[in-house]
Every structure is written in structure tokens, then in C-alpha cells.
Ligand binder design. Structure first.
Ligand code: URA
Length: 204
């Protein structure tokens, strides 16, 4: 059912939800981030893709998956026959968490409390979009959606069922692929990621 809203009515549209998220104080990440990065895509999308959290580029742009991980995702999604415009793309956590290092902002993994706090928004997006299929990219998305991200490499490529019956397809995070030190391993993992996205598309 719809998440409890703690006093005021829960937003009834994605636009209202995004506007409300701009004032979110459910955890402390808002304080250092540039802005909230809410999900984007049609409310009628059949597929919802969930990543971890916005990165540096997303924090500045205010849009999910526009940096290097997003570019990999866009390329492999297109190769798999997935139209990004038709998909609802979001993150488990909606503010960028980072540590300053000189002029750079280094990505930090959101902790369990931050993921749990932000699940309020992910649950709301699920409620407003009601996708036929959700794709979890990476352990953080998987943990937010199922309660545990453990064993992701074994769960990868499989379909699980969420509490409300929605099928969940499990894959890795594109940043995991980008971080692989070996060029050949990266190419192979890109191929597997593309196969995963194609398999997910065929479940629709
Ligand atoms: N990584 C994510 O998980 N989400 C983004 O939006 C960008 C990078």
C-alpha cells in the first residue's frame, strides 16, 4: 500500500513527489548535496530501473544516470533494444553522498539507515508507476527492494518476487563494470550486462 506520510497527504503524482523530495530531511544527506535527484520517466512505464545513488554528475545535473555509469547504461540498454525514454529510471538513495578530497568529491556508499530512510521515496515511486517489472542494478538497490543485497553475483540474471508480487530482475551496477581493472573483463561484463537487460526486456 501507499507509504504512511507522517501527517500530510502523500504526493499523488510524480511531479508532486519530486517537489516534495526537494525538502526531504529523512536522513542527513540533503545537507551536503547540491540537490535531490529524483527518478525520471513516464508514470506509465512498464519497467522501473533502480540504481544506488546519484554520482557527482547527477548531483550537479539533477537527473539520474547522466554520468559515466549512465552512459554505459544508455549504450547497453540501446543495444539490448530498451528505450530509456520508455523506462522509469531511479535510485535507492536520492542525494549524492561523498567525501571531499581536494577539488574532487569521492563517492561514498550510503549506509543502511540512509537506504532505509530513502525507501519511503522508492516505495512512493513504485506506487505511482506500478511497473510490471523492476530491475535492481547492484547490491544497494537489491538491499533496498528485498531487504538484502547479499549474494548479488549469484542472484544476478534471476527473477525474484517483491512483497507486492512485482517481479524483480537482478543485475550488477554499471559502475561495477567500469571499475574492473582488466580491459577484457570489462568488455565481457558489458556483454553480460547487455544480455541481462535484454532478458529483462523480454520479461515485459
Ligand atoms: N550511479 C547510480 O547508481 N545512479 C546514478 O544516478 C548515477 C550513478
Amino acid at each position: 500500500g501507499p507509504p504512511a506520510s507522517g501527517g500530510s497527504a502523500a504526493p499523488g503524482t510524480l511531479a508532486e513527489a519530486k517537489a516534495a523530495a526537494e525538502g526531504c530531511r529523512r536522513c542527513g544527506l540533503w545537507a551536503n548535496a547540491t540537490q535531490v535527484v529524483f527518478g525520471e520517466g513516464p508514470a506509465t512505464a512498464r519497467m522501473m530501473i533502480v540504481g544506488e545513488q546519484p554520482g557527482d554528475r547527477e548531483d550537479l545535473a539533477g537527473r539520474p544516470f547522466v554520468g559515466p555509469a549512465g552512459q554505459l547504461f544508455d549504450e547497453e540498454a540501446a543495444a539490448a533494444g530498451l528505450d530509456r525514454q520508455a523506462v522509469y529510471v531511479t535510485n535507492a538513495v536520492k542525494h549524492f553522498k561523498f567525501a571531499p578530497r581536494g577539488k574532487r568529491r569521492i563517492h561514498q556508499k550510503p549506509d543502511a539507515g540512509e537506504v532505509t530512510a530513502c525507501r519511503w521515496w522508492l516505495d512512493l515511486e513504485r506506487d505511482l508507476v506500478r511497473p510490471r517489472l523492476i530491475v535492481a542494478m547492484g547490491a544497494t538497490a537489491l538491499a533496498s527492494l528485498t531487504g538484502s543485497g547479499a549474494g548479488i553475483l549469484k542472484r544476478r540474471g534471476s527473477v525474484e518476487r517483491l512483497d507486492d508480487g512485482t517481479p524483480l530482475f537482478v543485475t550488477v551496477h554499471p559502475s561495477y563494470i567500469l571499475r574492473l581493472p582488466d580491459e577484457a573483463a570489462r568488455a565481457e561484463e558489458r556483454r553480460r550486462f547487455r544480455d541481462d537487460l535484454q532478458a529483462a526486456r523480454q520479461l515485459l
